[in-house]
Design a protein around this ligand. Structure first.
Ligand code: GLN
Length: 566
């Protein structure tokens, strides 16, 4: 028999825990809410560790199909996480790590490892208790890692699913052990069906009821809707959900996600949260954030716009088109455009459409073109055609990872005359493998070691002086005019620039603008005689923040805006 086991006794922790769950629909904005609260509490002088809990059994997001998962965000320490970790980094203007991302797969893997090591000393290992206990241990670990006053635990998925129930259970056990230190915020969606024209609260009532049935009485409710909630909606939600009306917060649509923290703060969410924990603000500083939002308002009402095409291969989801896979790219373009005082209109273009209709038809008229990362052969010819169009028509171009590899292939084929040039990822037998697999990677693939085995995370790169890349990094103050121009950028790839072609491509005019410190791996390529044509083997989009845009995106948008003036 097994149910003699009890939750461990509460340790006296100084850390407070805030759980954030979502209801009614997925993509309701839990991630933005968690990120906003994290940054708001930091603005009051507290240290925060956010944790994204994903219910899937994958150890990480690295092996999940992009269309299914959305973006894989890579942390500095090389973990392939969920896009919400990217939101946390952008809102908090910080760098996070593996400690901030938990999946059911990781939880089970650790429990099974402990069980095999006899670390449970003969106990019956149970889903109902050992899994929540392991979740709690991970949340406490995240607190320790950042020496945090608060841990914000975002429960992935939607309330009522079987999948995430043990994260909710972890919340319940923590609250049972030390109720004072645990608060639950539920984010629910209130639809306004066009045929009815009235905002409906019943779906949220039902999702809160589900939470209550799981033993969690939420303390705050955030009503996501097209418009702010009126008093009538708030009152109904208050008494049906058993939540004080002043703890019902509106989460209306806003022009930019970065407006959300200000909206919450104005509704006194930060004050109420601190009050709930019996804490006071140590400071209150949102100046930089408010300035940025003021700037965005001004830019949005001005007519200065750049039209940027993002040509990728992962947009389609059934009959719909979604840019979620490229969320960090999208955000990075916005950060840079605000920095340059222009509004960026983003256009989602499938490289498969370029193949079908031709680059000229699909791409004429844009002020800048980005080809982001990707894997496999589908759509690559469309990317190459896109890049040729950008190069020949002098449209500012930024290539990210696959976008850099494809730019190398395009240049090899159409400038250096290596007509069959390709990456061995697409054509294993190409006579001109200008992009090929890294030797250690080949072995891994032969052994089917796919998980977390790419070249991942932050790696140093040295920028070549006198290049456009140097100018971009100098401009943002990330390198100095003298000494080694060393930067660190995040990677996620198996293939690389083939050094056997370095000389011939350089002779044809390709500029190597950055390499690893030992000079062995090509990290950045660019072109002369072009307003801006840069490709990076790394993903600069993982290090762009609204308050500190990334130099390469900044250089790219600057060039696009300049083209506009000309
Ligand atoms: N598929 C390429 C590689 O593995 C590029 C990866 C990417 O764009 N992230 O090298």
């Amino acid at each position: 028999m097994s149910y003699h086991i009890k939750p461990r006794k509460a340790k006296k922790l100084h850390t407070k825990f805030i759980f954030v769950s979502g209801g009614v629909i997925s993509s309701v904005g839990k991630g933005i809410t968690a990120a906003s609260i994290a940054m708001l509490l930091e603005s009051r002088g507290y240290r925060v560790a956010p944790v994204k809990c994903d219910a899937y059994l994958n150890i990480d997001a690295g092996t999940i199909r992009p269309q299914e998962h959305g973006e894989v965000f890579v942390t500095k320490d090389g973990v392939e996480t969920d896009q919400d970790v990217g939101n946390y980094e952008r809102f908090m203007n910080t760098e996070l790590s593996s400690a901030n991302y938990v999946t059911n797969g990781q939880i089970y893997q650790e429990i099974i490892r402990k069980e095999r090591n006899f670390e449970y000393e003969g106990e019956d290992v149970e889903v109902a208790l050992h899994v929540p206990e392991e979740i709690i241990r991970r949340c406490e670990l995240a607190a320790k890692e950042r020496n945090a006053d608060f841990v914000i635990v975002e429960v992935g998925g939607t309330v009522g699913e079987y999948q995430n129930i043990l994260f909710i259970e972890a919340n319940r056990i923590m609250k049972y052990r030390d109720g004072r230190d645990v608060v639950h915020i539920h984010v629910g969606y209130l639809p306004t069906p066009p045929a009815i024209g009235e905002m409906k609260s019943k779906p949220v009532q039902n999702s809160v009821r589900q939470l209550i049935a799981s033993g969690i009485q939420p303390d705050f409710l955030i009503g996501r809707a097209e418009k702010p909630l009126d008093d009538r909606r708030k009152e109904t939600l208050a008494w049906t959900c058993n939540i004080p009306v002043e703890n019902i917060i509106s989460g209306p649509n806003v022009d930019t996600i970065y407006r959300v923290p200000l909206s919450y703060d104005q509704q006194k969410l930060t004050d109420k949260l601190l009050e709930k924990f019996g804490l006071k603000s140590k400071k209150n500083d949102l100046t930089k954030w408010k300035n940025l939002l003021g700037k965005i308002t001004r830019i949005n009402s001005s007519k200065k716009e750049v039209n940027i095409a993002v040509v990728g291969k992962y947009y389609e989801t059934g009959a719909y088109k979604l840019a979620d896979v490229y969320i960090s790219v999208v955000e990075s373009i916005k950060h840079a455009s605000w920095h340059n005082g222009v509004k960026a209109n983003l256009h989602w273009i499938s490289s498969i459409d370029v193949e079908r209709q031709g680059a000229k038809k699909v791409l004429s008229g844009f002020d800048g073109i980005v080809v982001p990362g990707g894997f496999g052969s589908r759509g690559t010819e469309g990317m190459i055609e896109t890049i040729q169009f950008a190069r020949e028509n002098k449209v500012p171009y930024l290539g990210l990872c696959y976008g850099m590899q494809m730019a190398t292939i395009e240049f090899a084929r159409h400038v250096a005359g290596l007509q069959k040039a390709n990456t061995t990822e697409v054509d294993a037998k190409t006579p001109n493998p200008v992009i090929h697999i890294m030797p250690d990677q080949e072995k891994k693939l032969l052994n089917r070691e796919y998980g977390a085995t790419m070249r991942l995370g932050g790696w140093d790169c040295v920028i070549v002086r006198g290049t456009k890349t140097e100018k971009a990094y100098l401009g943002m103050g990330l390198i100095k005019k003298t000494g080694k121009a060393k930067i660190s950028e995040r990677h996620r790839h198996r293939y690389e620039f083939n050094n056997e072609y370095r000389e011939v491509l350089e002779k044809s005019g390709l500029v190597i603008a950055g390499t690893t410190p030992d000079g062995r791996l090509v990290e950045i390529i660019e072109l002369k005689d072009h307003p801006f044509f840069v490709g990076s083997q790394f993903h600069p989009e993982f290090q762009s923040h609204p308050l500190s845009p990334h130099p390469l995106f900044n250089g790219f948008v600057q060039a696009a805006a300049k083209a506009l003036k000309a």
